[in-house]
Design a protein. Structure first.
Length: 408
């Protein structure tokens, strides 16, 4: 299957033999025309041969933009507290604050500033260039807690890039300090904040958000905070959580909003589709959500992101921690070009029921990437530095026949 998307005649034949709506949508993107809502809906519902054509197109576009390089970053996650008052039904990581109705005594924990700094120092010693810092919304935290976390990390490891604090955390910090979003973000940037994760997005449709996270920030607030960050030179990732109770038209609304933001700001570094990990979540146990994405949904989400954001967002990331290595490799053949980070520790997906570990070290990433005929490369957070990683594999791995896309 490797290299099929490099054959224009195969791609053209696949597009001409599918449903006209899907064919038109793919042709428009290949002609550098902006996709319409109807185009997006046709692609978000693609199945069978239509999905095959979508995947081939996404892989072709990926190669046109990024060649055969698969990037990754050496980083560490630091989740500094699991105490959270928001109560999202899809989250199995957090616990309510002590004294609240659903509190579980003894389950909550908070890292001190010294502990956060020590984790960053350890990550630097292991080769990390980035720490990704997020946590629960703990009402007991000091109003300037996020600023103090940045100070602690920068004092411990001045060269570390801080990819920290979702738009929800920015909203919380700004409200606690009674600062505008602009002033609050500028303060964090002045202290050393590099970029922010574009999480807390889930699906950027308020009707869906009311069902899965009614106490979280609205779409308008999420957009305002992200745009403000971008205007200050603080770039962000963009994400979409799929495989729960959302419908295809919600994917389209979400992705078209991301397109609109990117056209205005140019601040998104990448698009990260995040499959819903359902096992231990209240949302799934309530019977409202399906049990996470199917294989077809995973492939569709990554290919959909690549095609719909083509020309605007150049990188699509596969999330090995949610999907596992084999599925992540399949997504790298469906439009993704980035393998994410080493992570070193991971709590959110693991506690929701993901069983794929907390760390993947560079030798293993090199081995996996080479197993599908691609070239591994180490990047920084914003993809402004990409260096081919010609280090050795721990153990050679022949191409696995299970890693070919089923519909092709």
């Amino acid at each position: 299957m490797f290299g099929l998307a490099t054959q224009p005649d195969l791609l053209e034949r696949a597009i001409t033999q599918v449903d006209p709506g899907v064919g038109r949508a793919l042709t428009r993107v290949l002609e550098a025309k902006a996709p319409t809502f109807a185009d997006g809906l046709a692609l978000a519902t693609a199945r069978g041969p239509e999905l095959g054509a979508l995947v081939l197109t996404a892989d072709y576009l990926r190669r046109q933009v990024n060649g055969d390089v698969v990037t990754y970053i050496v980083n560490r996650n630091i989740n500094f507290t699991n105490v959270c008052s928001v109560g999202c039904s899809f989250c199995a990581f957090s616990t309510p604050p002590e004294g609240s109705v659903h509190a579980e005594p003894g389950r909550g924990w908070n890292n001190t500033l010294a502990e956060v700094a020590a984790k960053a120092r350890q990550a630097w010693a292991l080769g990390a260039t980035e720490v990704c810092i997020q946590g629960g919304i703990n009402p007991e935290d000091d109003p300037y807690m996020y600023r103090d976390i940045i100070r602690a990390v920068k004092q411990a490891v001045p060269g570390m890039h801080l990819h920290a604090f979702s738009p929800l955390e920015i909203l919380t910090g700004a409200r606690k300090t009674r600062m505008t979003f602009r002033d609050y973000l500028q303060m964090l940037k002045d202290e050393g904040l590099g970029t922010i994760p574009g999480t807390a997005a889930e699906i950027l449709v308020d009707a869906v958000r009311q069902q899965i996270s009614p106490h979280k920030l609205t779409v308008d607030l999420w957009v305002e905070i992200v745009k403000t960050a971008h205007s200050l030179g603080i770039r962000s990732s963009s994400t979409m959580m799929y495989g729960h109770l959302e419908e295809p038209h919600h994917w389209v609304e979400h992705i078209l909003l991301l397109r609109q933001i990117q056209q205005e700001t140019g601040g998104f570094t990448e698009f990260v589709p995040l499959g819903f990990v359902h096992h231990n979540t209240r949302l799934y146990r309530s019977g409202k959500a399906r049990p996470g994405p199917t294989l077809e949904e995973d492939l569709r989400a990554h290919a959909f992101g690549r095609v719909m954001l083509h020309g605007l967002v150049h990188h699509v990331q596969a999330s090995w921690v949610k999907q596992g290595h084999k599925l992540a490799l399949l997504c790298l053949q469906a439009g993704a070009d980035d393998f994410g980070g080493t992570l070193m520790e991971e709590s959110i997906s693991r506690l929701a029921g993901a069983a794929f570990g907390e760390v993947t070290w560079p030798p293993e990433i090199r081995r996996l990437v080479r197993s599908i005929g691609r070239t591994p490369a180490v990047r920084n957070t914003t993809y402004s530095t990409v260096t081919i990683d010609d280090g050795p594999d721990d153990t050679p791995l022949a191409i696995d026949p299970e890693l070919t896309l089923p519909m092709l």
